[in-house]
Design a protein around this ligand. Structure first.
Ligand code: GLA
Length: 371
């Protein structure tokens, strides 16, 4: 099979340059980013690659090597491509850049990736990050990494219609393999933290995929906004759920419709869990860290209601394995993956054991990856 570069040269000629960006797994801090909260993801060793060569005109020619599909557009008339959904991640980034006043020329681009799609491992953010890197370099735009992340987010929010937060693009652009990236999604303050080498984060893919553009994600976001609206009536300093603590939530509880109250409780407690998890990580208390992962899953399952039968089955199947310290769904939910904190020496046996159990209970074969 031709490599991505060979394919680019064969299709377009030119001397392409190559850019890549990784997928991610979120260790803890789910559905907190768009509430101005805290997250703790890490990149995974799987990537989206793009090759690029600039053109003299304003034509954009794109090919998705893995699908053997092509798309062609003009920068001067970019619009959503209903036929080639993958092309919209490139078009949306170009659209955001031009909207911000950056000057682009046309370009030829080929795309290839090994981040599993629709699995909650941020293949889309990886593609956006690789594309913004490629355009930044090719057209000498001088964009810093934080702004790059926000350009990817803008592509999601405005071009693709998903009201997602900043976590995925932030970690794809600024994470470091083997380290957790703590991000304060209000201030963009961020820091890298070593992971304990005696443990592995094992990702298990339920193989149930539910597209993020699904309205469920946007519904959660508007439920959080509704909670803020009600709580801020008596607490005008509250601008986001990040500003709410457990005491304040309790005081407002009776004013909140049941569903809204439970959504808010997830976000408020999850933010505390991230701060606690970060502290435990620095103290080397991985048992405590794992306990918080289980608590996070319970909260996502019962209060935020973004889990599903398959994710719950996988988490539950780890409960009696003493070598597994924690397990939770990761990413937006409604399918996708769990992340599991496992003693290094037990990883192979762990994957074998849960795969069998999962097949027996669901008749589905899972895939496993290491963070
Ligand atoms: C998706 C979004 C992120 C974040 C997670 C849930 O991955 O893109 O911004 O909200 O879901 O934590």
């Amino acid at each position: 099979m031709l490599t991505l570069v060979e394919r680019h040269i064969k299709s377009y000629g030119g001397e392409p340059r190559v850019f890549k960006a990784p997928g991610r797994v979120n260790l803890i801090g789910e559905h907190t980013d768009y509430n101005d909260g805290y997250v703790l993801p890490t990149p995974i060793d799987r990537y989206l690659w793009v090759t690029i060569s600039p053109r003299e005109d304003d034509t954009v020619r794109l090919q998705a090597m893995d699908y053997n599909e092509w798309a062609e557009h003009r920068l001067s008339s970019i619009s959503y491509d209903k036929e080639h959904l993958w092309a919209n991640y490139v078009l949306g980034v170009a659209h955001s850049l031009m909207g911000l006043g950056y000057i682009l020329n046309g370009f030829d681009m080929s795309i290839h990736g090994d981040v599993p799609l629709g699995a909650g491992l941020s293949s889309s953010a990886a593609l956006e990050t690789a594309v913004v890197r490629a355009l930044n370099d090719t057209f000498d735009l001088g964009i810093d990494p934080v702004e790059m992340a926000y350009i990817g987010k803008q592509c999601e929010n405005e071009f693709l219609g998903v009201q997602s937060g900043i976590m995925d693009q932030f970690v794809s652009g600024m994470g470091e393999y083997g380290k957790a990236l703590f991000v304060d999604c209000r201030t963009n303050a961020h820091s890298l933290h070593d992971l304990d080498p005696d443990y592995a984060f094992v990702i298990l893919n339920t193989m149930v995929s539910r597209e993020l553009s699904g309205s469920d994600y946007n519904v959660r976001k508007s439920q959080c906004d509704e909670a803020v609206r009600i709580i801020s009536e008596e607490n005008p300093e509250v601008k986001a759920l990040r500003d709410v603590d457990e005491a304040m939530l309790l005081a407002s509880w009776s004013k909140l419709p049941d569903v809204i109250a439970r959504r808010a409780r997830h976000v408020v407690t999850e933010n505390s869990r991230v701060l606690e998890a970060l502290k435990l990580l620095s103290e080397g208390d991985m048992t405590g860290f794992g306990g918080l992962m289980y608590d996070s899953h319970d909260s996502l399952r019962h209060d935020y209601e973004v889990s599903c039968t398959e994710l719950d089955a996988l988490v539950d199947s780890t409960l009696y394995l003493k070598e597994v310290l924690g397990s939770r769904m990761t990413g937006a939910g409604f399918g996708g993956c769990t992340v599991n904190l496992v003693e290094k020496g037990y990883v192979d046996k762990f994957i074998e054991t849960v795969s069998k159990r999962y097949y027996t209970s669901t008749e589905k074969r899972l895939e496993a990856y290491l963070a």
